[in-house]
Design a protein around this ligand. Structure first.
Ligand code: COA
Length: 143
């Protein structure tokens, strides 16, 4: 597969491509309504495109000063393991280095083996000093 046919574009996918690619990559689904609300709040995002089709994505959200979070890193399964995840992370890392204040705190949740990818960009595991805590709005046990 010719990697030169795959272009990195400094624009995050639209809501339809976003929902499709999350599902294709085995990530938890997002409703189209959530995507339409949330994606315009992206600070910086990129897409990987091949013949017009979105096959990869990644973005940074946050307050633009103190806190940033790397989310939605995904490569379509047929294209995984070819260095495309690194192309996405290299672009996000460059943006952070150029735009984030020295005191900014950058976090992400690493699913499974993806932690090896993020470690290449300086991310370190915080457990047990701190752990990720979460709930899905639809199933918040505190309700
Ligand atoms: C995680 C993901 C984005 C990585 O993209 P990719 O294009 O497959 O990754 P790359 O080919 O660029 O590999 C990048 C590095 O990550 C590491 N890596 C990626 N997947 C790995 C795995 N399954 N096991 C071990 N290391 C892995 C490797 O160290 C690799 O570097 P190397 O080739 O120099 O050794 C992709 O596999 C994916 O979309 N997975 C499903 C969705 C997902 O889990 N997203 C992450 C949510 S946190």
């Amino acid at each position: 597969m010719a990697e030169e046919n795959i272009q990195l574009v400094e624009q995050f996918p639209g809501a339809d491509d976003y929902c499709r690619l999350r599902s294709a990559a085995g990530m938890s689904p997002k409703t189209i309504e959530a995507a339409r609300k949330g994606l315009p709040n992206t600070l910086y995002g990129v897409s990987l495109r091949r013949d017009g089709e979105v096959i990869g994505m990644g973005r940074i959200i946050g307050d633009g000063g103190c806190f940033y979070t790397v989310v939605d890193i995904a490569v379509a399964p047929p294209f995984q393991g070819r260095g495309l995840g690194k192309r996405i992370m290299t672009a996000l890392d460059a943006w952070l280095r150029a735009n984030a204040e020295p005191s900014a705190y950058v976090t992400l949740v690493a699913d499974g083996e993806a932690r090896h990818l993020y470690a290449k960009y300086g991310f370190v595991e915080t457990a047990p000093a701190s752990v990720n805590m979460e709930y899905l709005v639809a199933s918040n046990p505190a309700d």
